[in-house]
Design a protein around this ligand. Structure first.
Ligand code: KDG
Length: 325
């Protein structure tokens, strides 16, 4: 049995060693990335079985992505490699023009993953999973990716597989008007909705309540029984599960690269959910994963294993005044 199967587009990330405009960045680090790949890697590190479905090419970057996923223990039997297309790439611009914020510049418009279609879905893999995880990025890539995402959700529904959906609206891929219907459709079908105030506005067609606990009530009307509301580095997380609500305050950490924080929240929360942890603990795990991720370049490298997670959670309880020697 697989705990979490995800579909999405893995990407190679180039992250400059220095902050500032990319035009003046001479040196870059190469990382594997992509929202849903980050999530399965995070869940896998916390001790669960994961699988990933996508299309890659046969280029060196596709080989790099494959070996990274395998190395992190992710089942890659649902990944197809095709001729003539390459793995997508993106660059991160850090700390400019807004200090502490990162931006992404994509080179992915004809990537192999864009050609993923419903025929590429491994229905058995989905039905054999406890959770199917999808995000709002995949349906934005192409019509066939949109169809594949919706079909994966239907397969999961039929098989009683829980659906986790991170709205992840990416304005560089589609307009709000294009995204809205699809995001609403998946939100109505999902069991776990992971979103933030900007995406919630798209879903609800209006600004949601400033008070996160009220906003959760508005979002619950869409249908999901569990919601994680990502409020950013200053406000942390709020969540709802079967009528119960909780919040998790963020820990202030030095931010090197904010990209990947949202996926880290999803990975941590899903790990808590799968373990049957309380809503509070699941949110706290998500919050820990996000804090660790932003402290270095790359989306998932800093995600914890079980033992580092427990160290963090106990240190947090003691106000970080703890000596592990
Ligand atoms: O959440 C991090 C992702 O944004 C990054 O890895 C790139 O998947 C990506 C995307 O489509 O923006």
């Amino acid at each position: 049995m697989i705990d979490v199967t995800a579909i999405g587009e893995p990407l190679v990330q180039f992250n400059p060693l220095e902050e500032g405009p990319l035009k003046h960045a001479p040196l870059y680090e190469k990382h594997a990335a992509g929202s849903e790949a980050n999530v399965v890697i995070g869940v896998s590190r916390l001790g669960f079985n994961t699988a990933y479905m996508t299309k890659l090419g046969r280029d060196e970057f596709s080989k790099f992505i494959l070996s990274t996923l395998k190395g992190e223990g992710v089942d890659v039997s649902g990944i197809k490699q095709i001729d003539g297309k390459n793995c997508g790439v993106f660059f991160v611009q850090r700390g400019y023009p807004i200090p502490g914020r990162s931006d992404v510049i994509y080179y992915r418009s004809d990537s192999a993953a864009k050609y993923f279609s419903p025929e590429d879905l491994d229905g058995k893999l989905i039905s054999n999973s406890r959770i199917l995880h999808v995000s709002g990025i995949t349906p934005a890539l192409s019509n066939s990716c949109r169809e594949a995402t919706l079909e994966a959700v239907r397969i999961a529904r039929r098989g009683g597989v829980k659906i986790s959906f991170d709205t992840n609206y990416r304005r560089k891929l589609w307009t709000e008007a294009e995204a809205r219907q699809t995001l609403i459709e998946i939100s109505r079908d999902c069991d776990l909705l992971l979103t933030d105030p900007d995406d919630a506005r798209i879903l609800m067609g209006k600004k949601v309540d400033e008070d996160p606990l009220q906003a959760l009530d508005e979002l619950e009307a869409l249908g999901p029984s569990t919601i994680v509301y990502k409020l950013g580095a200053a406000r942390g997380l709020a969540g709802l599960s079967n009528g119960e609500k909780a919040t998790s305050l963020p820990v202030k950490v030095p931010v090197i690269d904010s990209i990947g924080a949202g996926d880290a929240v999803v990975a941590g929360f899903l790990a808590g959910y799968l373990a049957g942890d309380s809503l509070q603990r699941s949110l706290d795990i998500g919050s820990c994963c996000a804090a660790l991720t932003v402290m270095r370049r790359g989306d998932f490298e800093n995600l914890p294993d079980r033992s580092d997670l427990e160290k963090w959670l106990s240190a947090k309880e003691q106000g970080f005044e703890v000596d592990f020697r």
